[in-house]
Design a binder for this molecule. Structure first.
Ligand SMILES: Cc1ncc(COP(=O)(O)OP(=O)(O)O)c(N)n1
Ligand SMILES: Cc1ncsc1CCOP(=O)(O)O
Ligand SMILES: [Mg+2]
Length: 205
């Protein structure tokens, strides 16, 4: 199945509380997000497998792709749609050979257009720039200016923005040229994750 990366791209927070993770993810998916990434830096492999498997079932229910952060083997194990890889992760070529040509492989390009050109040339499914605003989830992330998205129009794959995106600044990011807006805290730390997800997803409808 070919997945288009466009719209609200939800990313899970680091948590060991699987029940809350799944309940909140259900609310976020009900609001209309178009892709979910499982991101959990926890080293407990059994916990990661349990959470990723539950999220795969949930994404199937909503017919949206599940992307696994960092871990190509976990993506293969749970039958996820693909992976997201950054500079400290395994290479795009490993993901392609282990997950196949139809898998979604997203690549972090931080604030560098040259990395995006290279990733697209090498077969990335989408590229991501960020942090576009300061992020309490990842305070040390480099800053990617919104002007980058205009320059990124030449990149032949979807362009995702990440970092500090909220319902207050999301429209600015979309108008700058991002195809998708990725966020953790604006969805999962919200008082009302369903309402926030709905409001953000409406920006693409
Ligand atoms: C959609 C999306 N964009 C960027 C990232 C960051 O990936 P990376 O640089 O590998 O950092 P970690 O998320 O692994 O800390 C992402 N996960 N998703
Ligand atoms: C993983 C990542 N990469 C750059 S910023 C960031 C965190 C995004 O989280 P939030 O949406 O809460 O700022
Ligand atoms: Mg990573």
């Amino acid at each position: 199945m070919k997945h288009e990366i466009r719209g609200v791209y939800a990313i899970t927070p680091d948590t060991m509380d699987t029940e809350t993770l799944i309940n909140k993810s259900r609310l976020v998916l009900t609001g209309g997000v178009s892709v979910l990434q499982y991101r959990n830096k926890h080293r407990d492999q059994a916990l990661r497998l349990e959470q990723a498997s539950s999220l795969k079932a949930l994404c199937d229910e909503f017919s949206i792709p599940l992307i696994i952060n960092d871990d190509i083997s976990l993506a293969a194990e749970v039958g996820a749609a693909g992976v997201h890889l950054g500079k400290d992760d395994r290479a795009l070529a490993n993901a392609r050979s282990e997950l196949g040509s139809t898998a979604v492989v997203g690549i972090s390009c931080y604030n560098q257009l040259s990395l995006a050109r290279k990733a697209a040339d090498e077969g990335a499914s989408y590229v991501a720039f960020g942090a576009v605003f300061s992020s309490s989830t990842k305070p040390d992330a480099v800053n990617a200016p919104l002007s980058l998205f205009q320059q990124a129009k030449i990149i032949p794959v979807p362009v995702v923005a990440i970092g500090g995106i909220t319902s207050v600044n999301a429209l600015q990011v979309i108008q700058a040229g991002a195809d998708a807006i990725a966020m953790i805290s604006a969805l999962f730390d919200a008082i009302d994750p369903l309402a926030n997800s709905h409001q953000l997803s409406d920006l693409f409808r």
